[in-house]
Design a protein around this ligand. Structure first.
Ligand code: HEC
Ligand code: HEC
Ligand code: HEC
Ligand code: HEC
Ligand code: HEC
Length: 171
């Protein structure tokens, strides 16, 4: 009798574990707006598409650090002190470098704190930005295209023999 109860409990625990993992696999825990309107209407289509400015020129840390980094207003200024200075949006931009304020860009991709995501490991493994971010150079407003949920990470890690132990990504 005791054995039966033990088995039932074990079976229940297993179902819960598998069900729980299945849920985690697909649960979109990310509640950020996938394409928010930014304080300055910065267009990737214009800068990275038409003018072919390299992603790494602005997202400078992507090859060396965990975070790709978003450029500060000094980089915008280096061009826009001379380019399109009469445009109302550039006048709005100029206010930021005049007052020394940082532009309050709204994050579009953001994992919870307990997940470790190193950009540089993926760049070294030659995963293209577009695999995870879509064709950003055609976007006038950045749109998140990947779910960024755990199953999405794990599927690709399995296919590429990258780490799938819990502590690979959870520290
Ligand atoms: C390497 C040079 C360069 C850098 C750096 C740069 N831009 Fe631009 N930007 C351009 C060019 C070229 C245009 C197109 C201007 C035109 O069509 O007259 C442009 C256009 C724009 C426009 C549209 C202006 C309009 O109304 O026509 C905005 C807004 C803008 N940039 C914002 C930014 C912001 C914000 C940054 C910093 C994150 C930035 N740019 C960095 C070169 C640059
Ligand atoms: C001229 C500078 C510039 C260039 C070139 C540029 N970016 Fe950006 N990027 C920005 C700025 C500024 C933001 C923040 C505003 C926004 O989200 O549009 C940003 C935001 C992003 C985001 C969203 C960040 C978040 O909040 O999650 C991604 C992804 C991204 N860029 C990828 C790329 C890729 C891929 C390329 C090359 C195809 C590229 N960028 C080229 C300046 C640039
Ligand atoms: C394997 C998937 C993957 C690849 C490849 C990738 N990214 Fe990301 N990117 C992410 C994830 C996931 C986040 C959110 C990270 C976080 O919140 O810790 C992110 C965040 C960002 C951000 C937000 C700000 C920051 O500092 O991290 C930018 C900008 C960005 N990526 C640009 C790029 C560019 C440019 C490339 C190519 C050179 C690239 N990414 C390649 C998955 C990827
Ligand atoms: C497009 C496929 C792909 C996606 C999607 C992806 N990764 Fe990776 N990841 C890789 C590859 C390939 C490596 C490099 C493995 C190596 O160098 O041995 C890697 C390496 C890593 C590493 C370093 C540890 C290791 O195994 O070498 C961590 C941590 C990591 N990824 C976390 C994540 C997280 C978190 C996500 C989801 C937000 C994610 N990855 C999404 C392909 C991917
Ligand atoms: C390749 C990277 C990766 C590996 C390996 C991984 N996880 Fe995750 N995990 C993630 C990401 C990314 C999220 C956040 C998902 C989201 O926000 O949608 C997450 C979320 C979670 C959560 C949810 C926490 C919350 O935000 O509420 C739990 C619990 C969890 N993982 C447990 C595990 C366990 C247990 C393992 C080992 C069997 C594991 N993870 C292996 C990437 C990974």
């Amino acid at each position: 009798m005791n054995r039966l109860i033990f088995r039932l409990v074990l079976f229940g625990a297993l179902i819960l574990l598998i069900g729980g993992m299945g849920l985690l696999y697909h649960l979109p825990l990310d509640t950020l707006n996938p394409s928010p309107q930014q304080p300055i209407p910065f267009s990737h289509q214009l800068h990275a598409g038409n003018y072919q400015i390299d992603c790494r020129y602005c997202h400078r840390h992507v090859e060396r650090s965990t975070a790709a980094g978003v450029p500060d207003v000094a980089l915008c200024r280096s061009c826009h002190e001379h380019i399109a200075t009469e445009s109302p949006t550039i006048k709005q931009l100029a206010k930021y470098w005049q007052t020394g304020e940082t532009i309050p860009w709204i994050r579009i991709h953001q994992l919870p704190d307990h997940v470790y995501f190193p950009h540089m490991m993926h760049i070294r493994a030659k995963v293209a930005c577009s695999y995870c971010h879509g064709e950003v150079s055609t976007m006038t407003q950045v749109q998140r295209v990947a779910s960024l949920n755990m199953g999405w990470c794990l599927n690709c890690h399995r296919e590429n023999q990258a780490g799938i132990d819990c502590w690979t990504c959870h520290i």
